[in-house]
Design a protein around this ligand. Sequence first.
Ligand SMILES: Cc1ncc(COP(=O)(O)O)c(C=O)c1O
Length: 365
Amino acid sequence: MKRIPMARPTWDDEMRDAALTTLDSLQWVKGPQGKHFGQEFAHYCGAVQGTPCQSGSVALWGALRLLGIGPGDEVIVPSLTYIATATCVSLVGATPVFVDVESEHWCLDVNAVASAKTVNTKAVIGVHLFGQLCDAKLGQWCDEHNIAYIEDAAQAHGAMELTAPHRKAGALGDVACFSFFPSKNLAVGGEGGMLMTKRNDLAARMDALVNHGRDQRLESQELGSNLRMSEVTAAIGRIQLGRLEAWIERREHIAKQFSVAFDGLDAIQLPRIREGTRHAWHQYCLLAHDPTGLREALDAKGIDSRVYYSTPCHRQNVYSNHPQHTQTLPITDDIASRLVAIPVHHELSDEEVERIISAVIQSST
Ligand SMILES: Cc1ncc(COP(=O)(O)O)c(C=O)c1O
């Protein structure tokens, strides 16, 4: 029986044709594909502008540069996240301040953010973890305190609020950052990312930043670098964007089947959807009493699984000199010790979904 992987990027003739046509055009960089991809993804998110770049990690670095954050500044981040959410802060010379997450929804806890605020707090990076939108109160709190709100939307393409005006991830903060790593909801056939903003005053600088901060005369006005996305990846991304809504619906359908089937199992706690929002289901994560046992049982049935963030960012060696290195973040630590992600990607067949459901039920009863 074929193994069921955690991710299976979509690749078909339309994408292959777009890639080859772009290569044949010999316009491999700085061309129309990147420009259109940025515009189309910004339109999808309801933002003013999208600027494609080379990865979600550099998008985060760029967001901090755009907002003028540097030495002496503090940026509040969760620790239950991919390491780039924190290291981007260190890379611009500022200090990441790690705070705990909500026990139900696993995103930044707004009360914990408020307690961590100091006179040096310049920004908050809210991670829409696994596709779950951060609490809308986080953006309100940032506005009230004149603190920049950066969305780490690397895992949240298509996550949205269900009430009008149906705001999507990417249009909630001052700047948002996406990743197009192959396992993400939207991929580009390689590495890729996008900076997104709803602020007109940042839009023009965003395009310049990924191009050494250069102006029309090709003179550098501010510190940037070559973070540009190649044309071929942008061409693939544009086609994937056209499929994104259908893929998210498929992920939602699968996640719903899981949650119905697993309801009532004592050995696992199910992921919750924040009220009034659409979860983008980048990952479907269970909290298991016996994560190792669950993973071994799935493995024996040919089903891949993953643990995420078992060493929260502040405990990793890169932060061995950080004052919070040994601090307990009770909810983060608890989630990190029990989390098991099972496949939920849009390419799963109905038969694979059934296999996953029966393997989880068998191992949990
Ligand atoms: C929450 C989060 N932030 C940032 C990133 C970095 O994105 P990239 O791998 O494209 O650099 C990722 C990628 O996994 C992520 O999951």
